[in-house]
Ligand binder design. Structure first.
Ligand code: DC
Length: 239
């Protein structure tokens, strides 16, 4: 019998939840890079489903009036996967084998994604996929329900929050740097709408898991946030 530790020994699951545009993915990516862990952006999965819906000419009303069977049949045509971009080392999302990493970030997808992600059948399918990614631990996943629903037993849960104006400015700068034409008011409204929908939906609404550690990063640099997380990780892994 081989009693040496397996390749997953010592690895943990890190769940990062919080409001829109809090910098969850920036911190999650930095942690994953530092630890050599896999990073999964669960929001990108809901965005890819939203893009599919838009590409197929469906309205939100159409979607919301579909039966469970119809939604399941639609989801059978949606294959979401992540692949590493060899040029920058980032995990990027693919919809039916096409890289949609840039397309899913535009304001049209951002405007629809919260109501799309509130549909229970869609959530169940995505949560099952997300849980599959955690089979071997060594993963950092960010989203809205990672610590409460996807990985309730994650060894580390962080709940991120930041002042609304700071978040809107960060998202506006990100849109601008990617060449998307948006106004600050549009970005702020999108953030407010998504916060509302994400916290008020009936199916696994955004909330802090009781054992999640709060990180308000309104006035923190990216390095300070990474230090904060790495201290927690080192404490957990040295136990
Ligand atoms: O993280 P993001 O802003 O890219 O997420 C887009 C939307 O997807 C967000 O408004 C709510 C939804 N979402 C969710 O409901 N559950 C998750 N685990 C991740 C995202």
């Amino acid at each position: 019998m081989n009693l040496s530790p397996g390749p997953d020994a010592g690895k943990i699951i890190i769940a990062i939840d919080g409001y829109s545009s809090c910098g969850k993915s920036t911190m999650a990516k930095a942690i994953a890079k530092k630890l050599g862990y896999r990073y999964i952006d669960s929001g990108a999965m809901y965005r890819a489903v939203t893009l599919f819906v838009q590409q197929h000419g469906l309205s939100l009303d159409d979607l919301q009036s579909m039966s469970e069977d119809q939604l399941e049949a639609m989801l059978d045509h949606i294959h979401v996967a992540f692949h590493i971009n060899p040029d920058n080392g980032h995990s990027e999302v693919y919809l039916n084998e096409i890289n949609v990493e840039k397309k899913i970030r535009d304001l049209k997808v951002s405007d629809w994604v919260s109501p799309v992600s509130a549909i229970p059948v869609i959530r169940h399918r995505m949560v099952a996929l997300q849980q599959g990614y955690g089979n071997h631990k060594g993963i950092v996943m960010d989203g809205r329900d990672i610590g409460t629903m996807v990985f309730p037993h994650a060894e580390l849960k962080i709940f991120m929050t930041a002042n609304k104006e700071v978040r809107a400015k960060r998202r506006f700068d990100e849109f601008s740097s990617k060449g998307f034409m948006v106004t600050m008011d549009e970005v702020l409204k999108n953030i407010e709408d998504r916060d509302f929908t994400d916290t008020h939906r009936s199916e696994s609404p955004l909330r802090r898991a009781e054992d999640a550690i709060i990180l308000d990063n309104s006035n923190l640099t990216e390095d300070q946030q990474l230090d904060f997380a790495m201290k927690l990780i080192n404490e957990i892994c040295s136990k």
